[in-house]
Design a protein around this ligand. Structure first.
Ligand SMILES: [Ca+2]
Length: 285
């Protein structure tokens, strides 16, 4: 099955896209097709891609968090490719160091049977300053082992974010409270004022290992390292969370979500967002 959804503006179009994808038969595959190095683009089986070129919020995405000031919309103020991108516009509210911050997000229910391994790719542009606060950009969630619960607040989840002006990734138990969580902070400052390609691998299967894998993230094709790794909890604990294994990712969320305040009005653009079960890569589609 080949699923490529570059632009659709209604659920009927979505169905057509799926039907066309299935009718397309054998999809072209990336060279090799296995291992973290094989980038497949949007052509690979099961890959979902959004370029936002319909100029409005794509079908299937629903408004989720809306806290403090700012706006999340599709507009033509800046694009990685084409004319449009998802724009978190002028987010501001709360104070650095205090819990609570601007959150503007959308969510998407993944197709049933997506599987326990989720690769992602997005181009991200941030301006004018690097937030100190925890600023989430993307997360994907899955039911706890053996659980039939599907409500958002019952799900384990992985996250890609920035924190203290650097890239960060996290594994979380269900939110709220979302902790104790396993935090990895990179030594790489958030890139400002240019498009960057972020890729992530959330391997909730992790072969025969007893726990789901730690998240992995690449910036412009280079894997980030995590000199700071720690458990966060409130109240604090030194006991690491057990990263429960996944059977299927069920839902994902993007936009921008700050867990502490943001005093500088900040803009983010996200374009050419894609998720799949194989590495998508940063290359042209
Ligand atoms: Ca675009």
């Amino acid at each position: 099955m080949r699923i490529r959804i570059a632009s659709w503006s209604s659920s009927s179009l979505l169905i057509l896209a799926f039907a066309a994808a299935c009718a397309g038969g054998q999809a072209s595959r990336g060279s090799g097709g296995e291992g973290p190095g094989a980038a497949t683009g949007c052509a690979a089986s099961g890959t979902l891609c959004w370029d936002f070129e319909q100029g409005t919020m794509p079908a299937g995405w629903t408004a989720a968090r809306d806290e403090f000031q700012g706006q999340l919309l599709v507009d033509d103020t800046r694009a990685h490719q084409g004319r449009y991108a998802l724009h978190a516009r002028q987010l501001v509210g709360g104070k650095e160091g205090s819990q609570g911050g601007p959150k503007k997000t959308i969510r998407f229910e993944l197709p049933a049977g997506f599987g326990p391994v989720l690769w992602g790719r997005a181009y991200v542009y941030t301006t004018p300053e690097r937030p100190v606060s925890h600023a989430g950009l993307f997360n994907a969630r899955y039911p706890r082992p053996g659980s039939t619960e599907r409500a958002f607040d019952t799900l384990d989840w992985y996250e890609v974010a920035t924190y203290q002006q650097k890239y960060m990734s996290i594994w979380h138990p269900p939110e709220p409270p979302g902790f104790p969580e396993w935090v990895q902070v990179s030594g790489t400052p958030l890139v400002l004022d240019e498009w960057t390609c972020l890729e992530w691998l959330f391997d909730g299967a992790n072969g025969s290992e007893p726990e789901a894998a730690e998240p992995r993230v690449w910036l412009n094709g280079v894997e980030l390292e995590w000199p700071e790794r720690f458990v966060f909890s409130d109240p604090p604990t030194t006991t690491r969370p057990v990263r429960e294994k996944a059977e299927n990712f069920t839902v994902m969320e993007t936009g921008v979500f700050l867990y502490q305040g943001l005093s500088v009005p900040t803009d983010w653009w996200i374009d050419d967002l894609a998720v799949g079960t194989q590495r998508i890569g940063c290359g042209p589609r």
